[in-house]
Design a protein around this ligand. Sequence first.
Ligand code: ADP
Ligand code: MG
Length: 340
Amino acid sequence: MASLIRVLDPQSANRIAAGEVVERPVSVIKELVENSLDAGAKHIEIAVEGRGTSLIRVQDDGSGIPAAEMPLAVLRHATSKIRRVEDLDTLSTLGFRGEALPSIASVSRLALTSRPPGEISGRILRLEGGQRVSFDEIGAPVGTTVSVENLFYNAPARLKFLRSDNTEFGLISDVVGRIALAHPEVAFKLTHPEQTVLQTAGRGRLLESIGTVLGKELARRLLPLSLEQGIWSLAGYLSPPDLVRSSRQAVTFIVNGRCVRSPVLMRALEEGYHTLIPVKLHPLAVLHLKLPASEYDVNVHPAKMEVKFAHEQALADFLTAAVRRTLLDAGRGRRNSHCQ
Ligand code: ADP
Ligand code: MG
């Protein structure tokens, strides 16, 4: 990747600025892992201690950051991913605001170590509360490692707002699991503190990742769905109507590799199950939706968790129809096999 990190012009920066993206440890993990994915990493290792405030470390084997650009990476609104707001129409990366690293650095002790392929050695840039402490040459593997210590040490209000180690780590493993489902082609490893909590193979098989993240028994029961129509392509796995959950937590929507919360898609999915499962119960699903970047706006939510679709209703109808057909076909298949 020959992309240069540059500071966005003030107008562009203002139109996409999100303000605070680092609310709690899980936000740090999400931002760092997304950076690793944007860098084309094939292996991403995430180490967490406690609830993430003592240590979060994300190591990748991605494209790395050239030494001369490392100081830029931690500047506000400095990004290699877009040049101007219009670039969002063709966005192919998860990040674009240039806010994550500076925001994280301002509330922690951060070390950014990076070595692009072709460089003999790496560099390590250390910051404390956003201020540079040192910038040195260092032996390092190809890729980037960001380690974040003492998160929120200078933000007592944030610290006070955090819950127990278990709750915070629960949020972290949930998000890492969903990102792993969004990227079966990447091998993820999550450790806490020294124990491996999650490890995916990165072989590009979604069902294999679902088995690792949600359980093999469950994965075996899911129904495959795959459908293309015009600019939309939908693929993934759904629960049969007799496999339900009491919450909507077991649904993961992935739009062009980005995990999103979408009331529109959720309603459309549940509409597909209408009359097949009891009201108040919910299906389980992992669905990858691919569509042109110009068909939705990701610049509507600070953490980019929500997107706004241009043709919301038509998309919802497409999803409902795809789900309905998958469920009815599976039902028919089962009935036939009982007859034999
Ligand atoms: P954004 O992701 O919105 O561009 P960030 O603050 O997250 O902003 O990162 C700033 C820049 O630092 C990125 O645009 C990218 O060029 C570089 N960068 C950050 N993390 C990595 C990484 N893991 N590998 C390679 N480059 C990275
Ligand atoms: Mg980023």
